[in-house]
Design a protein. Structure first.
Length: 413
């Protein structure tokens, strides 16, 4: 697989996590707890981090939330949860950050929406936040969002457009304004004294083609790291498919340094689902590896038994259960591919191409299940208990393949 040539950007340190400048693309997410609830927020930050969120954002929207931030940081340190925390500021950040200096120190980055930093004094309020970022040596994310675009700037761009001989569409003017807002805000931040290597940019849209268009333009014009995300992506399949489409189109061009998939969870749903979707996007594109991948066929008239589906799910669940242990003991295991196939048509070929694979009999084939390791036939399983025996073979494979690698690295050191 050819490597994707990444766009060259400045590198920004968010806590101890590098963003841009050739660093691995960072997965991040955001809590949905009341930040004023220290325990609930710390619990969710820890949960998201364990799921794979390398940066976690929290809302800081009032004095109660601002007062809670240092205690959240203290609670996380007690748990040895070393994850950078980003403060999300809207409307009153220019008051909260100066008013709560311990909060300003405890956060690892400030997110500023240039359209939501007050009304008549946007630039002044924006500069106040940036001045404190400079003072505390904190990076900022200039987060432009089409749903809260700077209305004064939009009106200015609309007036300019109306003077043209061939005016653009209102949609095109909105897209132009998104780019202009990011560019102007970054220039203003640097004028205030914020170094270029402490600025991250995002320009979030809610439609795939709009998002791709804006980020392509911003990537051409600016050298700051880019945070990618489709805002208000939605629930379930719609949110996942839309986000995957938008992110993949940009990542394939080498655009993007950190990503979030903004899924609307079902009531009581798993907040970490968006983290796993981010990881799967990056892993499916061959950009980063997080967990062994299970390949399984979709089924057809040859596979009227559900056994291969059940085994594929069982193996996937087993891998998830074992990964906290395997990740520590067997470096490189996250790149392993496992095939669980359902009949003789593509089963043997897919199983040979995986690190380890099993080709189960279909409805009419001989009741035998060949197992392949690294392209070679290893054994053939027959009779009852095929699934448990394959699981045991898989565990031995992991220990022998990746355990030996660990021992070699220890010997070399």
């Amino acid at each position: 697989m050819p490597d994707i040539e990444r766009k060259s950007t400045y590198q920004v340190m968010v806590g101890d996590v590098p963003v841009g400048g050739g660093a691995p693309i960072v997965v991040q997410s955001m809590t949905n707890t009341a930040t004023s609830d220290v325990q609930a927020t710390a619990d969710q930050i820890e949960y998201l981090h364990k799921a794979g969120s390398e940066i976690v954002r929290i809302t800081v929207n009032n004095k109660e939330a601002a007062e809670a931030v240092p205690y959240i940081r203290e609670e996380l340190e007690k748990r040895n949860c070393q994850v950078p925390i980003v403060g999300d500021f809207h409307y009153n950040g220019h008051k909260l950050i100066p008013g709560y200096p311990e909060t300003a120190k405890a956060l690892d980055k400030y997110r500023i929406n240039p359209g939501n930093v007050g009304t008549r004094t946007r630039d002044e309020n924006f500069c106040t936040i940036v001045e404190h970022a400079v003072k505390h040596e904190k990076p900022i994310r200039i987060g432009v969002n089409w749903g809260s675009i700077d209305q004064d700037l939009l009106a200015e761009k609309m007036d300019e457009n109306n003077e043209l001989e061939k005016p653009k569409s209102s949609k095109q003017v909105l897209l132009d304004t998104m780019v202009e807002s990011a560019t102007r805000s970054a220039e203003l931040a640097e004028e205030v004294g914020q170094p270029s290597n402490r600025i991250i940019i995002s320009c979030k849209m809610s439609h795939v083609q709009d998002m791709v268009h804006v980020y392509e333009r911003v990537s051409e014009e600016l050298d700051y790291p880019l945070h990618l995300g489709l805002t208000e992506a939605g629930m379930g399949m719609k949110g996942i498919v839309s986000s995957t489409s938008a992110l993949s189109l940009l990542l394939q061009q080498g655009i993007g340094d950190t990503i979030r998939v903004s899924l609307t969870p079902e009531p009581g749903g798993d907040r970490a689902r968006e983290v796993r979707v981010c990881q799967q996007i990056l892993q499916s594109m061959g950009i980063r590896s997080f967990m062994p991948q299970v390949t399984a066929c979709p089924g057809c008239g040859r596979t009227q038994s559900t056994y291969f589906m059940e085994l594929a799910e069982d193996i996937q669940d087993y891998i998830k259960e074992m990964m906290p242990i395997w990740r520590e003991m067997y470096p490189g295991v996250e790149e392993m591919n496992v095939a669980v196939m359902g009949c003789v048509v593509n089963g043997p070929g897919e199983s040979r191409n995986a690190n380890i694979g099993i080709s189960l009999p279909g409805t009419f084939e001989e009741p035998a299940a060949p197992v392949y390791m690294d392209g070679e036939h290893h054994t053939t399983l027959r009779g009852d208990g095929i699934g448990e025996r394959f699981k045991s073979i898989l565990e031995d494979y992991v220990m022998n393949r990746y355990g030996k690698q660990e021992e070699k690295e220890m010997a070399d050191s």
